[in-house]
Design a protein around this ligand. Structure first.
Ligand code: SF4
Ligand code: SF4
Length: 307
């Protein structure tokens, strides 16, 4: 089966972006309880507003009408009764899951394909390289990847990096290359509650070097493999930094709606002191401009925060 893998086709330059944080209105809020999960560790979690699914749909509709591109950040999408409606109005061609829903109910894969979804992203569990981290189970993620690949969906894995594993990028992803994964996104774990062995900004230079090596070893044109370093790595050591114009968009081009309906600069910065305004009846009202002094504007603000 031929996959429609065209590399990174994002074109949001002209859009204002919103991260809408949401936790499904049920007791078992996610099929996993990953200790790095920014939703479960968000300071707004304890003041969570009870939103109905209808209310969330109205919010996303209203924000989209106001010109925002809304990223719906949730624990596990399939926990919502109206997950199809929610994803349809957000206009997603790409979804994220921990893999359990597909393994438990393979028909879901056909459902997402019929909705127009082309790509599924998982969190990689690289066994001993992720020792000590609570992640979706390795065998479950791998099985779900095989299932989605067999249906012709493009598959992507997010590979979490810390001090213990950041020098082993290739070793970590080789099993996933064998499984047919198309995209690899390398992220550093954020300073959520109880996380240790965090990667420092200075370490990211080595990550960028290894990613360049991977790109040379598996050229996209010949292999269809795509390697990317995610935004929270910052761009201090990003190759061609000026060319890509990457900088932290928090509070300027990007806003986040916390679980408490307040507005914050980024989904990882939902501490009270960064509150910028409120979401009321689907409308954003800002009380102040984002004004965080940073030593390095090409870094990630969220890494300067102690949760
Ligand atoms: S599976 Fe994803 S959403 Fe669920 S707890 Fe883990 S990181 Fe969070
Ligand atoms: S604070 Fe970090 S994660 Fe948030 S937008 Fe900026 S670079 Fe990205």
């Amino acid at each position: 089966m031929t996959k429609e893998n065209e590399g990174n086709q994002r074109s949001f330059q002209d859009k204002r972006l919103i991260e809408y944080l949401a936790v499904p209105p049920k007791e078992d809020r996610c099929t996993c309880k990953c200790n790095h999960c920014y939703l479960l560790n968000s300071p707004t979690y304890k003041n969570m507003v009870k939103r109905s699914e209808e209310r969330m749909i109205d919010d996303i509709n209203s924000l989209t009408e106001d010109g925002y591109k809304v990223f719906f950040c949730t624990t596990e999408l399939f926990k919502y009764n109206k997950w199809k409606d929610i994803f349809k109005i957000a206009g997603y061609k790409s979804i994220r899951t921990n893999g359990y829903p597909f393994v438990m109910n393979p028909n879901l894969i056909d459902d997402v394909i019929s909705m127009g979804v082309k790509k599924v992203t998982f969190t990689a569990n690289a066994g001993k390289y992720h020792e000590g981290l609570k992640l979706p189970r390795e065998n479950v993620v791998k099985k779900a990847i095989l299932m989605t690949n067999n249906k012709g969906l493009v598959t992507s894995v997010n590979v979490l990096l810390n001090k213990k594993n950041y020098r082993s990028l290739e070793e970590m992803i080789i099993p996933y290359i064998s499984l047919g994964v198309d995209y690899f996104i390398f992220s550093r774990i954020l300073p959520a509650n109880g996380m240790n062995n965090l990667l420092e900004t200075e370490d990211t230079i080595e990550v960028y070097g290894q990613v360049e090596d991977l790109k040379r070893k598996f050229p996209f044109k010949e292999t269809g493999k795509y390697f990317e370093v995610s935004g929270e790595m910052g761009s201090t050591y990003r190759p061609h930094r000026e060319k890509t114009c990457f900088y932290c968009p928090a509070g300027t081009r990007l806003l986040a709606i916390g679980l408490d309906d307040n507005i914050y600069p980024c989904s990882f910065m939902t501490q009270g002191e960064y509150k910028l305004g409120k979401l009321e009846n689907g409308k954003i009202s800002l009380d102040k401009e984002f004004n965080l002094e940073l030593e390095d504007p090409f870094g990630c603000f969220a890494h300067n925060i102690q949760a």
